[in-house]
Ligand binder design. Sequence first.
Ligand SMILES: Cc1cc2nc3c(=O)[nH]c(=O)nc-3n(C[C@H](O)[C@H](O)[C@H](O)COP(=O)(O)OP(=O)(O)OC[C@H]3O[C@@H](n4cnc5c(N)ncnc54)[C@H](O)[C@@H]3O)c2cc1C
Length: 306
Amino acid sequence: MLRSVILAASRSSRIERLVATAPVSRSVVRRFVAGTTAADALRVTRDLAADGLSVTLDHLGEDTLNPAQATSARDEYIALLEALAGAGLTPAAEVSLKLSALGQRFDERLAYDHAAAVCAAATAAGTTVTLDMEDHTTTDSTCEILAKLRQDYPSSGVALQAYLRRTEADCRDLAGPGSRVRLCKGAYAEPESIAYQAKLEVDKSYVRCLNILMSGDGYPMIATHDPRLIAIGEDRAKWFDRSPDRFEFQMLYGVRPAEQLRLVDEGYTVRVYVPYGTQWYGYLMRRLAERPANVGFFARALRSKG
Ligand SMILES: Cc1cc2nc3c(=O)[nH]c(=O)nc-3n(C[C@H](O)[C@H](O)[C@H](O)COP(=O)(O)OP(=O)(O)OC[C@H]3O[C@@H](n4cnc5c(N)ncnc54)[C@H](O)[C@@H]3O)c2cc1C
C-alpha cells in the first residue's frame, strides 16, 4: 500500500518540487546518489574500484520529452565513457542506460540510434552497456532494441524483472552464449494481470529465473540485496559450476555496503550501480518505496517544507 503511494508520488511533478527543494532531502539523496557531476561519478568509481568492486554508472534522467534532451543524455554518456577510459577505470566500470532518457517514449528509432552511439563509445573505451528495464509499457521495445544492438555490440546487456509474469520466458530467450542479463525483482507499480504482487510470488519467480540463467550459457548478473536470494545465488554458482568470472552479484550504491565487501572477500565479482546527476527524484522515490524504514526521511522532507 505505502509502496504504491510512494510510486504514484514518483510521477507527480508537484510532489517532486516539494521534495527536491526540502533541505532534508539532500542527506537522503547523498546516501544513494554519487553526486551531480561526472567528476563525482569518477571519484566514487575510483573509491569503489580500490575496494575491489566493479561499477555500473547511471546518468540520472528518464522519460525525456524532446529530441534535444535525448541528444544531451547521449552526449553525457559518451563523454563519461571517454573520461572513464582516460582515468583507467574501464573495464571495471560499465554504464547503465535508460532508453526512455534517449527518447524511447516518442521515437524508438532515435532511442536505438542514440543507444548504438553509446555502445560504440563503450566499445572504444573497452567496456559495455546494460539497458535498464523501466515500466512494462517499454518491455517489448527494450527487448527489441537490445536484439538489434547485440547484432553489432554482442556484449550489450539488459535488466529483466522477476515480478513480471513474462520474465521466465524472456530469461529462456536470453540465456544463450554471450548474453548478459541482470536479474532484479522490479521497481515499478505494475498491474496484477501482468505482474506478481505478493513478495513470496516475486521471490519464487526470481529463483525460477535464476535457475534458467545460471544453468544457461550466458552471463547472469544477480541484482538483489535480499540475503535469501544472495545465498541461493551462491548455491547455484556451486551447483552449476560457475566460477566468479562467469556471473556476478550487483547491488545499489548505498545499500548494504558491508555485504558488498563480504562478497568481494569471498572471491565473487560484485558490481555497484552508481547513479549521478541532478535528476534524482524518480530514482530516490523508487528506493524509498523499497524500504519502509527510509520513509521517515521522506515524511520529514515534506514536513520541513510545509
Ligand atoms: C544493480 C541493480 C540494478 C537494478 N536495475 C533495475 C532495473 O533496471 N529495473 C528495475 O525495475 N529495477 C531495478 N533494480 C531494482 C530492483 O528491481 C529492486 O527494486 C531492488 O533491488 C530491491 O529489491 P531487492 O532484490 O533488493 O529485495 P527487497 O525485498 O526489496 O529487499 C531485500 C533486503 O535488502 C535490503 N534493502 C533493499 N532495498 C533497500 C534500500 N533501498 N535501502 C536499504 N536496504 C535495502 C533490506 O535488508 C531488505 O530486507 C535494480 C537493482 C539493482 C541492485
